[in-house]
Design a protein around this ligand. Sequence first.
Ligand SMILES: Cc1cc2nc3c(=O)[nH]c(=O)nc-3n(C[C@H](O)[C@H](O)[C@H](O)COP(=O)(O)O)c2cc1C
Length: 353
Amino acid sequence: MEKFRFLTSGESHGKCLTAIIEGLPANLEIDIDFINAELKRRQGGYGRGGRMKIESDTVEIMSGVRFGKTLGSPVTLVIKNNDFENWQKIMSTNPKDITSEKAFTTYRPGHADYAGSVKYHQKDLRNILERSSARKTAIEVAVGAVAKLFLKQFGITGSSKVLQIGNGKNEEEFHAEIDKAKAEGDTLGGKVQIEYENLPVGLGSYVHWDRKLDGRIAQAVMSVPAVKSVSIGNHHAYKMRGSEYHDEIFAEDGKITRKTNNAGGIEGGMSNGENIVVTAVMKPIPTLVKPLQSVDCVTCLPSEAHFERSDTCAVEACAVVAEARIACVLANEILLKYGGDCMEELLKNFRLQ
Ligand SMILES: Cc1cc2nc3c(=O)[nH]c(=O)nc-3n(C[C@H](O)[C@H](O)[C@H](O)COP(=O)(O)O)c2cc1C
């Protein structure tokens, strides 16, 4: 039961990244500057690698929009990979161009290399790296930006922040942790928080397991590369008592209010009108300058893991990607609940509630 559907394609060093979004209503204003600003946010953050200096991501809209508004038809987004210029032969689709340049055969621990090479029967691990790389999160952020533009029409907005990087708990400490890890040829992960405000009550449902909003959000955020845990609301719930954790309900002028939001805005798989608060843990970046021990997939002999230009830490970018993922889930829920072929119809249904 998906209304906001999208597919993405594209390799890390291929020509471009593409997304087709299906299910957007007609007459949604598409602010391309906003999409590009979101792409810029994803490229930022302390501890990023050389790739971010090469790419300055901007989106091109190839279909589904006319004079700044959606037509109700599928919207196609494209982001060009500037680095493709240097990889044209290596990433060629033409069998005549076959080359072993940039091929590698030593699995990188923490990456898709080993399982991917077995699954897809590949000996050049480049064929695994190219799609498993987090480069594809650029187009996912572009799709999320369109979802955010849609949500904005209903007054729903999102933001995110970094809670922790290594042992650092504030910006100064984040930078110090990253500098230290980098100097030692090492990497870092961290913890982020994403918050969405102004939600209507009743997005998602308790009536069936796959309609629970918390389940859908958890899946969406867990699928961000390197995210290893997702929690909704107070992530210290495991050590709290019921009397302390559950958010008591009050009424003010006939309106339901809460003094706390430990539930993170979701009860019984539905939005309860409070802010949706999600935290996620990102593991340390798996590509290390000081390589980890591994095995060569051709010789089966011990070998040092392949190194390729990489981030030391991408926790800030991870927060932006997670924010985009949640936007897509919420856009889908708004479409399911309020229905309609055009923005006017959806907003009318929304105001009627
Ligand atoms: C925004 C972002 C940037 C990333 N950059 C890198 C990177 O430069 N080098 C790297 O080894 N992993 C990077 N990762 C993490 C890997 O893509 C990820 O750990 C790997 O694909 C294995 O997937 P898994 O961790 O989800 O199991 C990044 C992840 C995100 C979200």
